[in-house]
Ligand binder design. Structure first.
Ligand SMILES: CC(C)(COP(=O)(O)OP(=O)(O)OC[C@H]1O[C@@H](n2cnc3c(N)ncnc32)[C@H](O)[C@@H]1OP(=O)(O)O)[C@@H](O)C(=O)NCCC(=O)NCCS
Length: 325
C-alpha cells in the first residue's frame, strides 16, 4: 500500500444537513470512480437521499483540497422486520477518488459505515442493494469486489442487469394463460398493495408503498388479473417516471430508455404462463411507447429473460458480512 492518507472523515445525516454541495461532490466522485459507463447526476443523488418511513442514513465524507475524495453511504431501516429479515443494513455506496486509492481510505470509510450500522442494531451488512440503490451490488467491472473480500466480505452471487433493444420487439411463443394484463388505474392502488402484502410482503411491498406515498405514478405498474383478482404485477420505468431511469445506467443502449422490474406473480399461480404473459404485456407497452433500450435489472433469471431477447448487460457481485454483536 502507498502512504496512508490522513484526511479526516466527517459524518453527515442527510436528513438534517444542507446537502447541495454534498450532492454535487458525491455525484462527481461516483462518476469519476466508476468510470464513463456509470455516471450519476446530483439530482439522482438527491432522489436516493430522500427520507422514507423507517429509513436512517449516514454519509461519511473525506475531503482534500476542498474536494470530496472519499464517501460511504450507510442505510438502516427500522420497524420493517419483513424487509430486514436478516437484520441487514446496507453500504449503498463506497467510493474513493482514483488519485487517492490504495491509501487506506476505502477501508477507513467502510469501517465507519459498519460501526454506524452496528450501532443502529444491524446484524449484517450488504454492499449495494439498499432501498434506494445506486447499484444492486459491487459493479463487477469496477474490480471492487476483491477489495470487499479483502475487508472480510463474502461474495454469494453474481446478479445481472439484462438489456434488449425493443425497437423490433417480437414475443416468443406464449402459452394461453387465463388472465388479462393492464396498467394500474386510479382506483386500483389498494388491489395492488393487497397483492404485494399477500405475495411479496418484504422489500417489493415496502418499495411500492414508498413509491405511491411519494409522487410515484400508479400507472407505471402493470397488473395481472385472474378470475380472483390481482395475481401479478410489474413496475415499468419511462423517461418521465418519477423514479429515475438513471438508476439503470442505460447509456450503452439506444434511446429512448426504459426499464422493467420488479415482476412477480402469486406463488400458487407460477409455472402456468402468467409470468410470461405479464412480462410480454410490459415489454409491449414499453415498445408501444417508443422505448428502444430497455433494462431488466438485478436478476439471476438469465434464461427466462433471454427468451424475450434480453442479453447480459452488466454484472454485479453481491457481497455481505455479519457484524460483530
Ligand atoms: C473499492 C474502493 C472504495 C477501495 O478504496 P481504497 O481507498 O483504494 O482501498 P484501501 O486503500 O482502503 O484498501 C484496503 C485494502 O484493500 C486492498 N484493495 C484495495 N482495492 C482493491 C482491489 N480492487 N482489489 C483487491 N484489493 C484491493 C488494498 O490493497 C488494501 O490492502 P491492505 O490493507 O492489505 O494493504 C475504490 O477502489 C473505489 O472507489 N472503487 C470504485 C468504486 C466502486 O466500485 N465502489 C463499489 C461500489 S459501491
Amino acid at each position: 500500500m502507498n502512504d496512508p492518507i490522513e484526511t479526516a472523515i466527517v459524518s453527515l445525516d442527510p436528513a438534517t444537513t444542507a446537502l447541495a454541495p454534498v450532492l454535487t461532490g458525491f455525484a462527481d466522485l461516483w462518476s469519476e470512480s466508476l468510470g464513463p459507463a456509470m455516471p450519476i447526476s446530483s439530482s439522482f443523488v438527491q432522489y436516493n437521499l430522500q427520507s422514507s418511513t423507517g429509513v436512517v442514513r449516514r454519509l461519511f465524507v473525506a475531503e482534500a483540497d476542498g474536494r470530496m475524495v472519499g464517501a460511504a453511504l450507510a442505510t438502516a431501516l427500522h420497524g420493517e422486520p419483513l424487509v430486514t429479515e436478516h437484520g441487514e443494513g446496507w453500504v449503498d455506496a463506497l467510493v474513493v477518488a482514483p488519485a487517492v486509492q490504495r491509501r487506506g481510505l476505502g477501508r477507513r470509510l467502510l469501517g465507519e459505515a459498519e460501526r454506524w450500522l452496528a450501532a443502529q442494531g444491524c446484524r449484517s451488512v450488504q454492499i449495494g442493494g439498499g432501498l434506494r440503490p445506486f447499484a444492486p451490488g459491487a459493479p463487477q467491472a469496477s474490480g471492487s469486489a476483491d477489495f470487499f473480500v479483502h475487508c472480510g466480505y463474502t461474495s454469494f452471487e453474481v446478479a445481472w442487469d439484462m438489456a434488449a433493444n425493443l425497437a423490433g420487439y417480437t414475443p416468443p411463443a406464449l402459452r394461453e394463460a387465463p388472465c388479462t394484463v393492464a396498467p394500474a388505474t386510479a382506483r386500483q392502488a389498494d388491489a395492488l398493495l393487497a397483492f404485494l402484502r399477500r405475495e411479496f410482503p418484504g422489500r417489493w411491498r415496502y418499495e411500492a408503498e414508498m413509491l405511491l406515498a411519494g409522487d410515484g405514478r400508479l400507472a407505471d405498474f402493470m397488473l395481472l388479473w385472474t378470475a380472483r383478482g390481482v395475481d401479478g404485477c410489474c413496475l415499468l420505468t419511462f423517461p418521465d417516471s418519477r423514479h429515475p431511469i438513471e438508476r439503470f445506467y442505460p447509456y450503452q443502449l439506444p434511446k429512448p430508455w426504459g426499464q422493467l422490474g420488479s415482476i412477480g406473480v402469486s406463488a400458487d399461480c407460477r409455472g402456468q404462463g402468467f409470468g410470461a404473459a405479464l412480462l410480454d404485456a410490459g415489454l409491449r407497452r414499453l415498445h408501444n411507447n417508443g422505448i428502444n433500450g430497455c433494462v431488466i435489472d438485478w436478476t439471476t433469471l438469465v434464461d427466462f429473460y433471454g427468451k424475450f431477447g434480453f442479453e447480459c448487460y452488466r454484472a454485479y457481485v453481491m457481497l455481505g458480512r455479519t457484524l460483530p454483536a
